[in-house]
Design a protein around this ligand. Structure first.
Ligand code: INI
Length: 181
């Protein structure tokens, strides 16, 4: 494929005209509030104002999916950021909360078609969580905010059909010859 014929579809980092939902878990709020601050900073750097952001609280990471799904269905935001922090304890509880939080959020985005950003820290120690909530490893909430804007704008493009979303060049969804679907 030549440079000329290559076509790439991607989102942008402009939040103009977009609306965002942010679902925040209160469990480990010392961490999740910092992730929330990071997410809001990223949205604001992309041009979003407070009026474009709706915040929701849930008890723990396990509840993120259902709240995100209901928010998406009721308000149709352009993207939802799901914020949580799970820290390993002595029992298997951690594994259930992590996997069900991920599954719930994934189901919510597939069911509603609204992009959901998985901003759930899954850490062995509190120190690992602190590192990812504004210390050594940056702020994963900030990364989530950028991902939300990118996915919201990409999703809008894809829903609009035309606007750069055609797979006719670049081969994305072309049928394989000789194979029915
Ligand atoms: N929820 C979290 O968000 N993080 C945790 O670390 C955690 N731990 O360790 O138990 C946690 N548990 C609560 C869970 O998310 C639900 O809120 C609860 O089980 C009620 O459904």
């Amino acid at each position: 494929m030549t440079e000329k014929s290559r076509k790439e579809v991607c989102g942008s980092l402009s939040a103009a005209g977009l609306r965002f939902g942010v679902v925040v878990s209160r469990f480990n709020s010392f961490i999740t509030e910092r992730l929330l601050a990071g997410a809001r900073e990223a949205l604001e750097r992309c041009g979003a104002t407070d009026a474009q952001i709706e915040e929701l609280r849930v008890p723990g990471a396990f509840e993120l999916g259902i709240a995100a799904k209901k928010l998406a269905a009721a308000k149709r935001p352009d993207a939802v950021i799901c914020i949580g922090c799970v820290i390993r304890g002595d029992t298997a509880h951690y594994d259930y909360v992590c996997s069900e939080a991920a599954r719930g959020i994934q189901l919510a985005q597939m069911d509603t078609g609204v992009p959901m950003i998985f901003c759930v820290l899954t850490c062995d120690t509190l120190e690992q969580a602190i590192d990812r909530a504004g210390a050594k490893s940056g702020n994963k909430g900030f990364d989530a905010g950028l991902a939300a804007v990118e996915m919201a704008t990409l999703s809008k493009k894809l829903s609009a059909g035309g606007a750069g979303a055609s797979p006719s060049r670049g081969g994305g969804s072309r049928k394989r010859p000789g194979r029915g679907r």
